[in-house]
Design a protein around this ligand. Structure first.
Ligand code: AMP
Ligand code: ZN
Length: 134
């Protein structure tokens, strides 16, 4: 019982202290070590403008902690993952696209079209978009 609790505690501590990935562009943006147009940041997530916007509003929202993709997310990441949606809601309001609506996309792995392996949510809006399922 005590042993299981200690293991749980150690795993939580490791999770909190896990350092940024020094080769990851989005980790560097979160840490302020790479340039980006940051629009929102809290203790769990950071949001910045995509450098190749596909719509008038195109923002990336990322967990501050390095998580490669949805495939690597753990139960301990649940708050950060939920915060991606709550940040999207706040930013959509700030960008004045909340009424028109917007699209949230999380590309995962090669078949999903993921090119940067730090989990991120695209917030895209400001114009009517074609339905992705055709
Ligand atoms: P994905 O293809 O889903 O992995 O999305 C990666 C996104 O990151 C693309 O939309 C890129 O335009 C965007 N991107 C790449 N480098 C940067 C950067 N330095 N700052 C902002 N967005 C970037
Ligand atoms: Zn990273």
């Amino acid at each position: 019982m005590v042993r299981a609790y200690l293991i749980h505690l150690a795993s939580r501590l490791f999770h909190i202290l896990k350092p940024m990935n020094p080769t990851c562009l989005f980790c560097k943006i979160v840490a302020g070590e790479a340039k980006a147009s940051i629009v929102y940041q809290d203790d769990l997530v950071t949001a910045f403008r995509d450098i190749h916007p596909v719509a008038p509003t195109h923002i990336l929202i990322v967990p501050n902690r390095h998580i490669e993709s949805v495939n690597q997310a753990e139960a301990a990441d649940a708050s950060a993952l939920g915060s991606l949606f709550l940040a999207a809601q706040k930013i959509a309001l700030a960008e004045n696209i909340h009424q028109g609506g917007y699209r949230l996309i999380v590309n995962t792995g090669p078949h999903g079209g993921q090119t940067i392996f730090h989990l991120h949510m695209h917030l895209i809006g400001g114009q009517r978009m074609k339905h992705p399922m055709g």
